[in-house]
Design a protein around this ligand. Structure first.
Ligand code: ADP
Ligand code: MG
Length: 395
């Protein structure tokens, strides 16, 4: 296990904290603050113990230069409201003005530096930026699990120059995902959906080894159906995914894990709110129609399987849940998980959005903010931002 902020003395120390405040903005305001809330326990803990808290985050994808629309000001404002204390926001990431501002900090103060990705050196993990930032602080805390699959200055590089420990959100994510994979409560049921097979091939492989049942849905399942020779009409099928799907099907044959595909589908001529829909058996999608959700029979079977699970992991919506006519499959899975007495973990940007939309986030044991990072972790990849953190028991 990684050392955390609990394991070090932070009183009076200058602490650089990498958070993931890459939040959606709308009209210059924070549209969804889940990621900011996730960092509050670490920030509060550090303040209460008299640390000087210097926050680092990226926001969006600026093109290696300052982009006025991606400044962190609205985020700092929102954080200040949540914390009930001022958050001083700087317009620079490093340099003399930042050094002066840090020098003026008092214990308990919170300072936010500018978007790390305005500096082209961030993504290159450039030693000169590591040096400039490391000079500002005594300790580095990584609380951004969702950015930990990147080897950037703020997510990994700083740990080469400063004592580096995990924040509480990082710890929570690691415990939940390690727990899920280490000794799963059986039956271990995994639900995978979403857009692309190629994004998730390795995840499918890992679960074919680990899980008892793999339930597939979403556009991904259509590639599996097509690979089996089923007619999928005008459905969105990722051609590059067909081979991967065929390979996974072959592997599933010799795996102890039972793989399920949809047996019925909701189809329409177009993905729209007012679309006319039909339910058809999988394999009987009419020419020119698209499969946009799993059908009611499949949804009922998936829900019943989830109800009996000792542990469930879900990633990827089962249909185009953003549109009401195609949301029922995803809703059925979300609600079945909410009611499941076993351990329930949800990961993935759109899946988490679905769980929030259906109002069941609180009923899950863990909602991973991880997205790409949680999938890479499940694949068994070493996450650079996790690897660099000190292990418990080490000095
Ligand atoms: P996550 O972010 O949870 O990992 P993905 O990004 O892989 O999930 O996929 C989410 C997207 O997949 C959603 O926007 C949803 O509309 C889309 N999707 C799901 N099922 C289908 C389908 N049958 N046809 C087209 N798009 C689909
Ligand atoms: Mg997504």
């Amino acid at each position: 296990m990684k050392r955390t902020v609990r394991d070090i003395d932070v009183a009076d120390k200058r602490v650089l904290v990498r958070v993931d405040f890459n939040v959606p903005l709308k009209d210059g305001r924070v549209a969804d603050d889940s990621r900011i809330r996730a960092a509050l326990p670490t920030i509060r803990y550090l303040r209460e113990r008299g640390a000087r808290v210097i926050l680092l985050s990226h926001l969006g994808r600026p093109k290696d230069a300052p982009d006025p629309a991606l400044r962190l000001d609205p985020v700092a404002l929102h954080l200040a409201q949540l914390l009930g204390t001022p958050v001083r926001k700087l317009d620079e990431l490093c340099g003399p003005s930042v050094e002066a501002a840090v020098a003026a900090m008092k214990p308990g103060d919170v300072l936010m530096l500018e978007n790390t990705r305005f500096d082209p050196r961030e993504k290159k993990n450039d030693p000169s930026l590591i040096e400039e930032l490391a000079c500002l602080a005594d300790v580095y805390v990584n609380d951004a699990f969702s950015a930990a699959h990147r080897a950037h200055v703020s997510t990994a590089g700083l740990a080469t120059r400063l004592p580096a420990v995990a924040g509480f959100q990082m710890e929570k994510e690691l415990l939940a995902l390690e727990g899920l994979l280490a000794e799963p409560q059986r039956p271990f049921v995994v639900v995978l959906g979403g857009a692309k097979v190629t994004d998730k091939v390795k995840v499918i492989d890992r679960f074919l080894d680990l899980a008892d049942r793999l339930l597939l849905g979403g556009a991904m399942a259509l590639a599996f159906l097509k690979a089996q020779g089923f007619e999928v009409g005008a459905s969105k099928v990722e051609e590059e995914g067909l081979e991967a799907a065929a390979a996974a099907l072959a592997r599933a044959d010799s795996s102890r894990c039972e793989l399920s595909l949809p047996t019925d589908l909701v189809v329409a001529e177009e993905p729209s709110e007012g679309a006319e829909t039909q339910v058809v058996p999988a394999g009987a999608v009419p020419a020119g129609w698209m499969a946009l959700d799993i059908g009611p029979q499949t949804a009922a079977f998936y829900a019943a399987t989830i109800a009996q699970a000792g542990e469930v992991f879900w990633n990827g919506p089962l249909g185009v849940f953003e549109l009401a006519p195609f949301a029922e499959g995803t809703r059925a899975v979300a609600e079945a998980m909410a009611a499941c007495p076993g351990v329930t973990v949800v990961g993935g940007g759109d899946s988490v959005a679905a769980v929030n939309k259906f109002g069941v986030a609180e009923k899950m044991d863990h909602v991973s903010m991880g997205g790409g990072a949680s999938l890479e972790f499940i694949e068994g990849a070493v996450l650079p931002g996790v690897e660099v953190l000190a292990e418990k028991g080490s000095e």
